[in-house]
Design a protein around this ligand. Structure first.
Ligand code: AMP
Ligand code: MG
Length: 401
């Protein structure tokens, strides 16, 4: 039985090199950059005003005070988006707004609140306070220099990064191609929701839940028909799934029972099974294999085990496939509000709920068929075998949401 870290390393080593494609920035949210992006522009690309106010020569107003203001001649007005053809010379100023280009000759902006218009002398402005050179001026390139790195290959395109790329005029970015992942659920007891349950049958719930986490991981799920526990049907379903997808995620049928056909069917079609047991709970039976440059992730059927193994072993692979450098789940640090007890030998990834104050509690029953605690959980705590983590212990919570 493989240790979890060894299993993860073997999965990641088998992931094909990422391929890239260009997408419009409008479509880029959540994608991973395939290349380093350098800025084609300085940002800001011209000196401009940080305030509504007046551009002037700082030296003119060094002595300005509310009771002895400096009087300047108003030489013009530059709304944001326009430019000033002339020059600010000694004794003059130009009306500016936030974002207006700084006219030539000016070296500072005094904010409107520190000025007074002269009711009797139109065309003049009284300056009530001094401003240092450079004050209220946003300098060209102080944010981003042309040619500097805006984002690195493998980084996630977040709202902030997309906004930055748009601000330098980019409309398209190279991103990692998203793997298309077939979803198969095996089990003769499974029934599609939507009709009354026949005796002994259960509603199938793994494909819909796995489709959600697949999309969150940036993959494109393809939901395929249910597969009964019959070797021939399993082989046909796997062959069909591999013919249309880059990877196949199955649920159920990977354990040791005589009705568990995934491993056998996969090997029969020429797939190379790499391992099928990992020393974690939930999720000991987890089959991983390669087939013609494509990957099989055979998850256990229990919905809890399927989701947990997906998060721990499949999500990182899908992220790497798209070129992610950091594939670890996000971690939130919390403090246990109650002990977490693992009486078993295997390391147990326990379902927990961490509240907004960082207090961590068990999300409910921890047996692998208890679905209500998956629904209540927002994370997992890794509890080593035969271990009790005491109340008040600081724990990293692997984020589930
Ligand atoms: P298996 O891994 O095939 O032995 O299944 C383990 C348990 O999970 C059994 O109780 C199955 O009925 C249940 N199960 C398997 N697949 C699904 C599924 N797709 N949806 C809901 N329950 C499932
Ligand atoms: Mg089964």
């Amino acid at each position: 039985m493989l240790e979890f870290e060894e299993a993860l390393a073997r999965v990641l080593a088998a992931v094909p090199a990422p391929a890239s494609e260009n997408v419009s920035l409008n479509e880029a949210a959540g994608r991973l950059l395939a290349e380093r992006i350098r800025s084609p522009l300085d940002l800001p690309s011209f000196d401009n005003s940080a305030m509504d106010g007046y551009a002037l020569c700082a030296a003119d107003v060094a002595s300005a005070k509310p009771d002895s203001p400096v009087r300047l001649r108003l030489a013009g007005k530059v709304p944001a988006g326009e430019t000033f053809a002339g020059k600010v010379t000694a004794g003059t100023c130009v009306r500016l707004f936030t974002g207006s280009p700084l006219p030539l000759g000016a070296d500072a902006v005094v904010m409107q609140e520190e000025t007074r218009a002269e009711p009797n002398a139109r065309g003049e402005v009284l300056i009530l306070a001094p401003v240092g050179p450079g004050k209220n001026v946003r300098l060209r390139a102080e944010d981003v220099k042309q040619g500097s790195t805006l984002a690195e290959a493998g980084e996630l395109l977040t709202a902030g990064r997309i906004g930055l790329l748009a601000a330098v005029g980019l409309t398209c970015v190279p991103v990692g191609r998203q793997p298309v992942v077939g979803l198969l659920a095996t089990g003769s007891e499974l029934q599609e929701p939507g009709q009354p349950l026949a005796p002994g049958r259960i509603y199938e719930s793994n494909r819909i839940a796995l489709a959600v986490v697949l999309k969150c991981a940036g993959a494109v799920p393809v939901t395929l028909p249910l597969v009964p526990d019959v070797l021939a049907a399993t082989s046909t379903a796997l062959a069909d799934a591999f013919s249309q997808c880059d990877a196949v995620v199955t649920s159920g049928g990977v354990s040791v029972g005589e009705m568990d056909f995934i491993k056998h069917a996969f090997e029969q079609m020429g797939g190379e099974l790499q391992f099928w047991k990992v020393a974690i709970k939930p999720g000991r039976p987890f089959a991983f294999g390669r087939y013609r440059g494509k990957l099989l992730f055979g998850l256990p059927g229990n919905p809890v085990s399927a989701l947990v193994t997906f998060l721990l072993l499949v999500r990182p692979a899908l992220m790497r496939w798209q070129g992610a450098t950091d594939v670890s789940p996000s971690v939130r640090h919390g403090v246990l509000a109650e002990p977490l007890v693992n009486h078993g030998e295997r390391r147990h990834f326990m379902r927990v709920r961490v509240d907004s104050a960082g207090k961590v509690r068990s999300a409910g029953g921890q047996a692998s068929h208890i679905l209500s605690s998956v629904a209540a959980a927002n994370g997992l705590v890794d509890v080593p075998g035969d271990t009790t983590l005491a109340a008040e212990a600081a724990v990293p919570v692997l984020r589930w949401d």
